[in-house]
Each structure stands twice: as structure tokens, then as C-alpha cells.
Write a protein that binds this ligand. Structure first.
Ligand SMILES: Cc1cc2nc3c(=O)[nH]c(=O)nc-3n(C[C@H](O)[C@H](O)[C@H](O)COP(=O)(O)OP(=O)(O)OC[C@H]3O[C@@H](n4cnc5c(N)ncnc54)[C@H](O)[C@@H]3O)c2cc1C
Length: 298
């Protein structure tokens, strides 16, 4: 991926160690703080379910249950905070996620950076013929394209510097800079809305550049919340949903045979061990699956 997953450690001014992944040639994602952990989600949930339930459900089972049933508020009790360096056009997509809190570098107060995002290699693709919002086949003239990008960046930076030298205010001089210019921000969000962000922005439909940021952010968060992330991957990120019409089709074509096939298994063959080992499903989930497939929408 664009970030090449070069995970490193950096030390901030107060001597604290943080993890960082470089994204593209000039950007980065630093995880500067997290609040809570898997257990914190469990603790928050137990306010709802009471102490008596502790014996029957372990942390993992409870977290998976919460994720599966969209009981999202316990995940909001944890937070993740990043320092990001990213091109302005990626920042514009990031700010759409209103549930996050952010503070951005001020181009009114300080001079804008002289760094610009230059797409490399297979990031230079032609306009997709099937998707107006996407890229298609590889572009054969990469050198010429990069020359065009750099030509504009050099001219824009020169114009910006000339305007500053004319003593034009920074807040208006920056208007000549392109959206590939790098900016920086601190971005904080609770774990539930972070998962929502990752689902949208690590998806293949999202623009590749923000996907690289989202993937890198997720990579850094995963070791801090391993059980929540496993549940998120299973029940949200890697899951699919079917519309009512699609379900009707599936029921007509597949489910009859499936239920028949099911009936052939004895309880022993379909015990927890088999289900867990083969499908990563608990008995309860298997029961839920049967209910989903059997239920007629009308
Ligand atoms: C592939 C892709 C293509 C996109 N294309 C475009 C585009 O062409 N043009 C464009 O403008 N945007 C586009 N977007 C942005 C998209 O429409 C959302 O604004 C963005 O993904 C943020 O999602 P969100 O609102 O769910 O997130 P958040 O703002 O974090 O909100 C999370 C959830 O909180 C609730 N919520 C938050 N604020 C409010 C509110 N004020 N009122 C009601 N509910 C609220 C909603 O349930 C929301 O889903 C695109 C996004 C993706 C992933």
C-alpha cells in the first residue's frame, strides 16, 4: 500500500514514545494517544447487563455480541487520537467525519508547507470507464504526468512566496496553493465512530489515498483493542448485508437445500467445537443465522 506499512517509533517533546506509519512519500500517521481498551468496553457494557452476567460471558463473547447486535455505545467509551500529515484533498474527505474532533495547522497564522503530494507508479491510472468516481487502467505516460504535477506545484509555491514578499496576508496568499499541499492535524474520535470511519474509508470504493491513511490508522489501533477489532472485522468490515429482494432470491434458490443439508447433521456434528473451528460461529450465532434465513420479510 501507499504507506508501505513502515511502522516506526517516534519520541515526542515530552519523551513519550508513539507509533508512526509513513504514508506515501511525505505523509504520516502517528497514534499519539488512546483511551480505554477491550476491558473498558466490557466494563461499560456491564452497566447495562449487570454483574451477574460475568460468569456466563467472557470479554470476547460479550464484545462480539455487542458488535453483532449494534449495541454501539460501550465502544464510544474508548478513544483514539492521531497526529496526521496529509494532503489537503485527503483532509477534505477526513473532515466529513463529523463525529471526530480535530485541530488543523493554521495557514492564517503560519506559512503553508512547501510539500505537495506527487502520485507515484500505479497511483497514476486513467479515469475509470465504469465508475465516475474511480480510477481505471494504468496510465502509460507517468513521467509526463508527474512533470505536469511538479510544474504546477513549483509555480504555485513561487506565486505564494512572491505574494508573501509583497506583504500580502498569509490567510489570503495561500489561496494560490493546490489541494495537494500538505497540512497537519490532530484528529480524535471514539472507537465506535473510528470503526465507522474505517469501514467507509478502507473500503475499495474510497479514494486510494484516504484508504492508505485509514489502513495505517487501523493498523496502529488494532494492537490496542485486539478483541474489538476482531469483532469489527468479522461483523462489520468483512461482512455483507443483503437487501429484502436479494434475501428473497437467496431463500428461493439456496435456503431450501441448505436447511435440508442442515437437517442431516446431528447435534454432535454441529457442536461448538466444530462450529467454532470450521466457521468461527458460536451455537448462538448458528441459531441466529437459521432465524435470519428462515424469516420471510413480508
Ligand atoms: C466512497 C465515498 C464517496 C463519497 N462521495 C461523496 C461525494 O461525492 N460528495 C460528498 O459531499 N460526500 C461524499 N462522501 C462523504 C459521505 O457522504 C459522508 O459525509 C462521510 O463518509 C462521513 O460519513 P458519516 O456522516 O456517516 O460520518 P460522521 O459524520 O462521523 O457521522 C457518523 C454518523 O453519525 C450520525 N450523524 C453525524 N452527524 C449528524 C447530523 N448532523 N445529522 C444526523 N446524523 C448525524 C450519522 O448517523 C452518521 O452516519 C463520500 C464518502 C465515501 C465513503
Amino acid at each position: 500500500m501507499g504507506s508501505e506499512q513502515l511502522e516506526t517509533i517516534f519520541v515526542d517533546e515530552s519523551g513519550d514514545h508513539h507509533q508512526m506509519i509513513e504514508v506515501h512519500e511525505l505523509g504520516f500517521v502517528k497514534l499519539i494517544d488512546t483511551m480505554g481498551d477491550d476491558e473498558e468496553v466490557e466494563n461499560a457494557a456491564r452497566i447495562s447487563y449487570g454483574k451477574g452476567t460475568r460468569k456466563v460471558s467472557q470479554t470476547r463473547n460479550l464484545i462480539r455480541y455487542l458488535m453483532r447486535h449494534k449495541h454501539t455505545s460501550p465502544f464510544e467509551m474508548c478513544e483514539v487520537k492521531f497526529h496526521l500529515k496529509l494532503p489537503i484533498f485527503v483532509m477534505r474527505q477526513l473532515v466529513r467525519h463529523r463525529t471526530a474532533n480535530l485541530n488543523e495547522y493554521s495557514g492564517r497564522y503560519s506559512e503553508m508547507s512547501n510539500e505537495f503530494y506527487l502520485p507515484q507508479g500505479d497511483y497514476l491510472q486513467k479515469q475509470s470507464k465504469t465508475n465516475n468516481q474511480g480510477r481505471g487502467e494504468d496510465h502509460p505516460r507517468k513521467g509526463a504526468l508527474q512533470f505536469e504535477f511538479n510544474r504546477i506545484y513549483d509555480n504555485a509555491m513561487m506565486a505564494y512566496q512572491n505574494l508573501l514578499e509583497e506583504d500580502l496576508a498569509k490567510e489570503i496568499s495561500r489561496a494560490v496553493l493546490p489541494v495537494a499541499n500538505y497540512t497537519e492535524c490532530i484528529w480524535k474520535v471514539d472507537l465506535h465512530n473510528f470503526f465507522h470511519f474505517v469501514r467507509l474509508r478502507s473500503d475499495s470504493h474510497a479514494q486510494r489515498e484516504i484508504r492508505d491513511y485509514s489502513d495505517a490508522m487501523y493498523e496502529l489501533v488494532k494492537p490496542k483493542f485486539p478483541i474489538c477489532c476482531e469483532a469489527f472485522e468479522d461483523y462489520v468490515r468483512d461482512s455483507v448485508t443483503f437487501s429484502a429482494s436479494e434475501m428473497e432470491f437467496i431463500r428461493d434458490c439456496v435456503v431450501g437445500d441448505l436447511i435440508e443439508e442442515w437437517a442431516r447433521y446431528t447435534d454432535e456434528e454441529f457442536n461448538d467445537e466444530v462450529l467454532q473451528g470450521k466457521y468461527n460461529l458460536s451455537k448462538r450465532e448458528m441459531h441466529e443465522l437459521k432465524t435470519k434465513l428462515s424469516k420471510k420479510e413480508n
